[in-house]
Ligand binder design. Structure first.
Ligand SMILES: Cc1ncc(COP(=O)(O)O)c(C=O)c1O
Length: 438
């Protein structure tokens, strides 16, 4: 299949250098298991689970069939003042998977909407309790929380903010946890840096705890290039938030559903936030969906305060969409039947060792890993430094492996069904490709 010039112009691709894409379009045509196929029939090993989302591998029969069955039965059912059984069933299954105190689920259609929902729920919660001044949000430098106004505002990737001079007001950022001079080439959680959480105390002292609604962080920052939290850091954040009556939101859009070898990062790190945002692996990416897990404390306050009428003025036409719920239920069953979270845990060491085997390349500046996710950061090169990550991506693609790049960092986050042989293929291809582009 070829795309015409007019078609190329019609589609404005997201987060893409559209000029570069149009010169040499890379198209995908079909997918199965660990592989994509291009329109010319080439197989591409998917080393990033789509966009960190296809955790059970592509086109899983059980999920596909569940969606097919549902679309024939009821294509759409509204969620305002009406319901359908699948949304309740799926919410309940998610509650069983979430840490024990997160007993309620609010549905959205993407991670960005999940983040905006979590921020709004935090505000509504403090208003309902009478803490009217608690309106500020704390994000973190290098954080990614999607593309909505809320998520962009609390996000900390500078390029994503630069074009938008009028974001949310009342947002302050913690420093990132990245300390390359101490932590380079850490396997798993780095040793140094729990003190970075202390900056939250400085922010609270400066702004006043009565002005702050919530802190939002990714437990492991993904899109910025895989930053694993230093030992003790998340625990400290939790403690400081609790002491100061500030809600803690974990954005688990990437880390949820087995990426770190557990249902959620919160369970792996045993640090429990007040809200968890999720998306991506929630439906194995078969149908778009996002959600927010909320504690009973938050839910009950809103529920009790608004004794009559709507307790939360928020929602989406497609909240709890039947196709997404059908896909989600079949996805959770697949994770469970194939014990994919356990599988990710059991492969963590092998995967981490394979990633760290690239440390003998002198252009590799840092390697970071946890669960089935790794970031390989390259040093600048003299020729066209701006396109370094992209050049590696293109070389890998030519050799039949799809990786992801952010700046100079290559991210690997394969479906959890990956074999050891495929892990070896990913990192040997990456090694060759890095050598070739320098
Ligand atoms: C941590 C995090 N939050 C939010 C989002 C946004 O999700 P979506 O692209 O589904 O809106 C992403 C997407 O990569 C993410 O990684």
């Amino acid at each position: 299949m070829k795309i015409s010039r007019k078609e190329k112009n019609s589609y404005w691709m997201p987060y893409t250098d559209n000029r570069w894409f149009k010169k040499n379009p890379k198209l995908l045509d079909s997918a199965k298991g660990m592989y994509y196929k291009t329109p010319t029939g080439d197989s591409i090993l998917d080393a990033v689970a789509g966009l960190w989302c296809v955790n059970a591998g592509h086109c899983r029969e059980k999920i596909v069939k569940a969606v097919q069955k549902q679309v024939e039965k009821m294509d759409y059912g509204l969620s305002f003042q009406m319901g359908h059984g699948l949304a309740f069933e799926f919410a309940n299954k998610l509650v069983e998977l979430l840490p024990y105190n997160l007993n309620h689920v609010f549905f959205s259609n993407s991670g960005s909407e999940a983040v905006d929902s979590a921020l709004k729920i935090s505000l509504a919660y403090h208003q309902a309790r009478g803490s009217k001044g608690k309106t500020k949000f704390i994000g973190r430098a290098r954080g990614y929380h999607g593309s909505g106004f809320g998520g962009t505002s609390v996000g900390g990737i500078v390029a994503n903010r630069n074009q938008y001079p009028n974001l949310l007001h009342g947002v302050v950022h913690l420093p990132s946890t990245h300390i390359p001079e101490k932590n380079s080439f850490s396997f798993g959680q780095p040793k140094y840096g729990d003190y970075k959480a202390d900056e939250l105390i400085d922010i609270i002292n400066f702004h006043g705890k009565d002005s702050i609604a919530a802190v939002i962080v990714e437990p492991v920052a993904g899109s910025t290039g895989v930053l694993v939290p230093p030992l003790g850091y998340l625990e400290k954040l939790r403690k400081i938030c609790t002491t100061n009556d500030i809600l803690l939101i974990f954005d688990e859009v990437i880390t949820g559903f087995g990426r770190l070898g557990d249902s959620f990062a919160a369970s792996r790190f045993k640090v429990f936030p007040d809200l968890i945002t999720m998306a991506k692996g929630i439906t194995n990416a078969t149908v778009p969906m996002g959600a927010v897990g909320v504690t009973s404390e938050i839910y009950n306050i809103l529920y009790r305060t608004h004794k009559k009428g709507i307790e939360l003025f928020h929602g989406y036409t497609y909240s709890g969409h039947p196709l997404a719920c059908a896909a989600g239920l079949a996805t959770l069953e697949t994770y469970e039947e194939e014990e994919l979270f356990k599988r990710a845990k059991s492969l963590e060491k092998y995967f981490g060792d394979a990633a760290h085997s690239l440390s003998d390349l002198n252009m590799v500046q840092d390697i970071r890993n946890i669960g089935l996710v790794a970031g390989i950061e390259l040093s600048n090169r003299t020729k066209s430094p701006i396109t370094l990550g992209r050049d590696v991506f293109e070389k890998c693609f030519e050799k039949g492996v799809m990786v992801r790049f952010t700046g100079n960092t290559i991210a690997i986050s394969p479906p959890l069904i990956i074999s050891k042989k495929e892990i070896d293929q990913i990192f040997s291809t990456l090694k060759k490709s890095i050598r070739e582009v320098f």
